[in-house]
Design a protein around this ligand. Structure first.
Ligand code: SAM
Length: 228
């Protein structure tokens, strides 16, 4: 499957069944046990990013691009801390939900601007570019191109999360593929950390902080890389 096809599949998924599934997972309403586990895992990833950025003490007024922002799970707390946030997502439905949630949490005149856009078509420069749990939807070559593009927009820092490719997780994924659930309609791609780090280094970035969230059904490796 080529990049265009992958993107079309992902976009269609997050505008339809994927939208309903992930809107609930990233919300507060009742969900099943697996979804609850994913909700908690994802929240840990968001909390780690927020802890890092708050610890730096310069969030107020900082320009941050949240690429593949989903329903705004990170954009909204960032804006609450005073960052100037640009959130975008390939799915119109996800962005519309993020926009509505931002209005509820921050009021109508807030410091987030949203747009429905593929992350590879975003232009502009931001102090910090963040892309959480998006690369899982793309194979290695696409992910490499996407990371390079995100690097080109980041004046100072890029924060990325991805599903790490480890032997234990590959076995788990194989078992998962034997029992595909009805809503697992997109492929999940894992990435080797050494590959991701090499791409970041080739773009002039070096790793500063690292995190890992693993619950029963959610695995996400988090890297903060800065220029130079
Ligand atoms: N980053 C958000 C978070 O952590 O709450 C959402 C993560 S969700 C698993 C993946 C999101 O990536 C979906 O909202 C999907 O529409 C978006 N996405 C997938 N491919 C994308 C692309 N090429 N450009 C922009 N967004 C994309």
């Amino acid at each position: 499957m080529n990049a265009v096809d992958d993107k079309t599949v992902v976009k269609d998924y997050f505008n339809a069944t994927g939208f309903d599934r992930w809107r609930r997972i990233y919300g507060t309403e009742q969900v099943n046990k697996v979804q609850l586990d994913i909700r908690k895992g994802h929240q840990q990833t968001v909390d780690t990013v927020m802890d890092w950025l708050k610890a730096d003490g310069n969030l107020r007024g900082l320009s941050v691009c949240d690429a593949g922002c989903g329903v705004g799970s990170l954009s909204i707390p960032l804006a609450q801390e005073g960052a100037m946030v640009y959130g975008s997502d390939i799915s119109e439905k996800m962005v519309a939900e993020a926009y509505d949630r931002a209005k509820v949490f921050l009021g109508p005149n807030n410091n987030i601007s949203f747009s429905a856009q593929d992350l590879e078509s975003i232009a502009g420069k931001y102090h910090t570019v963040i892309c959480l749990d998006v690369l899982i939807h793309y194979p290695q070559e696409d992910a490499a191109r996407m990371i390079s593009h995100l690097c080109s927009m980041a004046e100072s820092r890029l924060i990325l999360s991805f599903a790490p490719k480890t032997l234990a997780l590959s076995v788990l994924k194989k078992i998962g593929e034997l029992f595909p659930g009805p809503s697992k309609t997109t492929r999940a791609y894992q990435h080797r950390e050494t590959d991701v780090v090499r791409i970041l280094q080739d773009n002039g970035f070096s790793i500063q902080r690292q995190g890992m969230t693993s619950t029963r059904f959610y695995y996400s490796r988090l890297l903060e890389a800065t220029r130079g």
